[in-house]
Design a protein around this ligand. Structure first.
Ligand SMILES: O=C(O)c1cc(=O)[nH]c(=O)n1[C@@H]1O[C@H](COP(=O)(O)O)[C@@H](O)[C@H]1O
Length: 276
């Protein structure tokens, strides 16, 4: 991996310092209960602050899952704003896991929300679904490139239902491979603006060799993938770009921030040893 400009440069530096593991912040109701917290805005707030304290200073990349903040309405979004800002202030890159995707004119507004410095929700990158057409993501891709930010585009997801559409043929290639190829073309400028999401849970059948951008690989821990699976699942990809992600697998170690941090560091070290 030689790219040093744009999002790729920021990403490469973060991972070189802190290692390849993305910490997910997914405040499931069940986790709030396991932590002895109430399933309400106060519980969410305590959970979120503990995650920022434990993970912000040690994780290269942190991915808050927007879905778990949304049910609390405006108050939930206020906590989310604090999470995004707190993690970034602690030196982590933040992926807002919002999985946005819409017609281009609406996508432009989503891009403003998650990728524009003027937005209170501004993150370093956002997850996006290309299933309204890869080019519908153009406003987000362009804004991200301009601001040295990233867009993580779903290619082959970790859930079993994803295969029907993602493995469908689109001419010579699968739909998922067409997304990989579009992302690789986008990254030919060396900025690594486009990352992909490829689940760590199964054989994906994708040629990822020319991507030159980060591969977010959720599924570690709660969904059954292990560090030992990574070199097999991502054989053929540049391991420097592989970014495994775990949410519940690490978060279950809470509520003590020190225990949470230890669980993250242990998993990160296992991932680093496995990816080599
Ligand atoms: O984009 C994602 O992060 C994502 C894509 C995917 O294919 N599978 C997947 O699990 N995710 C997200 O990654 C996280 C996985 O959480 P755990 O299963 O608890 O580690 C959740 O926030 C999911 O929404």
């Amino acid at each position: 991996m030689t790219d040093a400009s744009g999002f790729g440069g920021r990403y490469t530096r973060a991972v070189a310092e802190r290692g390849r593991l993305c910490a997910g912040i997914d405040p499931h109701a069940a986790l709030l209960e396991e932590w002895g917290l109430s399933v309400d805005i106060d519980g969410l707030s305590v959970f979120a602050d503990a995650c920022v304290e434990a993970l912000g200073p040690v994780a290269a990349v942190i991915k808050p899952q927007i879905a778990f903040f949304e049910p609390f309405g405006a108050a939930g979004f206020a906590v989310l704003e604090r999470v995004v800002a707190g993690c970034r202030d602690a030196g982590a890159l933040v992926i807002a896991d919002a999985k946005r995707g819409d017609i281009g004119s609406t996508m432009a507004a989503y891009a403003q929300a998650w990728l524009s410095e003027s937005s209170p929700l501004c993150a370093d990158s956002v997850t996006a679904s290309p299933y309204l057409g890869y080019e519908s993501l153009r406003p987000a891709l362009d804004l991200a490139r301009h601001g040295e930010r990233g867009v993580f585009v779903l290619a082959r997801t970790s859930n079993p239902e994803g295969g029907d559409i993602q493995r469908a043929r689109a001419g010579e290639r699968t739909v998922a491979q067409s997304i990989v190829d579009a992302a690789a073309a986008e990254n030919a400028d060396g900025t690594a603006t486009v990352g992909l999401v490829v689940g760590a849970t199964r054989e994906h059948g994708l040629d990822l060799a020319d991507l030159r951008g980060p591969i977010l690989a959720p599924g570690l821990g709660a969904q059954g993938a292990t560090p030992a699976d990574l070199p097999i699942v991502f054989d053929g990809a540049d391991p420097a770009w592989v970014l495994p992600a775990s949410s519940r697998g690490v978060l279950r170690a809470g509520p003590d921030p020190a225990a949470l941090r230890d669980a993250f560091v242990r998993t990160r070290d296992e991932v680093e040893a496995a990816l080599g």
